[in-house]
Design a protein around this ligand. Structure first.
Ligand code: NDP
Length: 312
């Protein structure tokens, strides 16, 4: 039996987005899922009730994400219209004329006619060799608007943009970003940036939602871990795992969560979130863990113009 479908948020363009997405980023230094595990995970997730999958060109798993989706559609678990698929444009395709071809390449790999959401993955443009490329993300946004007008994506947005970068897009564009996908978790609560986006009507997708509550092979990272007394208390009170408490904490802040797992049981657990909620005091308690400490720091790009972090 399904634990239940996740509810949707309405985006500022009228489209609806399910508030739990399966993450398909295949990990950084500490772990690495195979593309075949991702194909299987996508299928299991749809079986468990997920209707939203988050991928990116730079994850190099769009073919397997697409295969998992098509397997589920072919087995009549779901229709394409019932799914919400997000993918992202990497920084080596930031010139306006490169955006539509990059999305077409992603669609071909996914085996889909359209995606639901296309994001500028990071505000910094790079050349194919990873060195800096001087392309303004406002130019990139023109390409995103074109991709949407062509119907290749239903919504467009950004990822890893700070507040002033979001404001600069809004001040200079016809179509506003529907979404900003940023890291949010107990040690990086991002209260100012989340509030800024939500007040503008821009939905926030929170990546690396578990922060350091799950092992990142980094014993020096700040608390909480799963055995932290605060999480154990909430876990006992609601009869939920500490990881479910964390996802619910984000949802109760109005954030769309993107838990990644390639394990069937954990995939099921990560969407079993809709029979409880945290109160304001409990949300504040978890906000108290904030240390502005990132899981993902994009350190390779930190010396380039438009690097977004530092403000928050
Ligand atoms: P997550 O916070 O989703 O953590 C993933 C880790 O937690 C994996 O090691 C996973 O292992 C483990 N895990 C998952 N569920 C549970 C559970 N219930 N109990 C215990 N452990 C669990 O981190 P990610 O960094 O992967 O971020 C999630 C997604 O966000 C990415 O996959 C990607 O889609 C997106 N993202 C976007 C970025 C951007 O720049 N826009 C940057 C980084 C991520 P296992 O698989 O074995 O369960």
């Amino acid at each position: 039996a399904l634990a239940g479908l996740a509810p949707c948020v309405e985006l500022n363009d009228g489209n609806k987005m399910p508030i739990v997405a399966l993450g398909t980023g295949r990990g950084t230094a500490s772990e690495s899922a195979s593309v075949d595990e991702v194909r299987q995970a996508v299928y299991w997730a749809i079986e468990a009730g997920y209707r939203h999958v988050d991928t990116a060109a730079i994850y190099f798993d769009e073919p397997e994400v697409g295969q998992g989706i098509r397997d589920a559609i072919n087995n009549n678990l779901v229709t394409r219209e019932e799914l919400f698929v997000t993918t992202k444009l990497w920084g080596d395709k930031h010139r306006e004329q490169d955006v539509v071809p990059a999305l077409k390449e992603s669609l071909q790999k996914l085996g889909l006619d359209y995606v639901d959401l296309y994001l500028i993955h990071f505000p910094v443009a790079v050349k194919e060799d990873g060195s800096y490329d001087d392309v303004d993300y406002l130019e990139t946004w023109r390409g995103m608007e074109k991709a949407r007008a062509l119907g290749l994506t239903r919504s467009i947005g950004v990822s890893n943009f700070n507040a002033s970068q979001v404001d600069r897009i809004i001040a200079n564009s016809r179509v506003w970003p529907a979404v900003n996908e940023i890291e949010v978790n107990p040690t990086l609560t991002q209260e100012a940036l989340v509030t800024h986006c939500l007040e503008l009507g821009i939905a926030v997708m929170g990546f690396s939602p578990f922060g350091f509550v799950v092992s990142r092979n980094n014993p020096n990272a700040p608390p909480p871990r799963a055995d932290d007394p605060v999480l154990v208390h909430l876990s006992n009170k609601y009869h939920k795992a500490p990881t479910q408490i964390i996802l619910r904490y984000l949802i109760d802040r109005g954030i769309v969560v993107i838990p990644k797992s390639v394990n069937k049981k954990r995939i099921e657990q990560n969407i079993d979130l809709f029979d409880f909620s945290l109160n304001d005091e409990e949300v504040k308690l978890i906000n108290g863990f904030n240390k502005n400490h990132r899981v993902i720091d994009f350190a390779d790009l930190k010396d380039y113009p438009n690097f977004p972090y530092g403000e928050y």
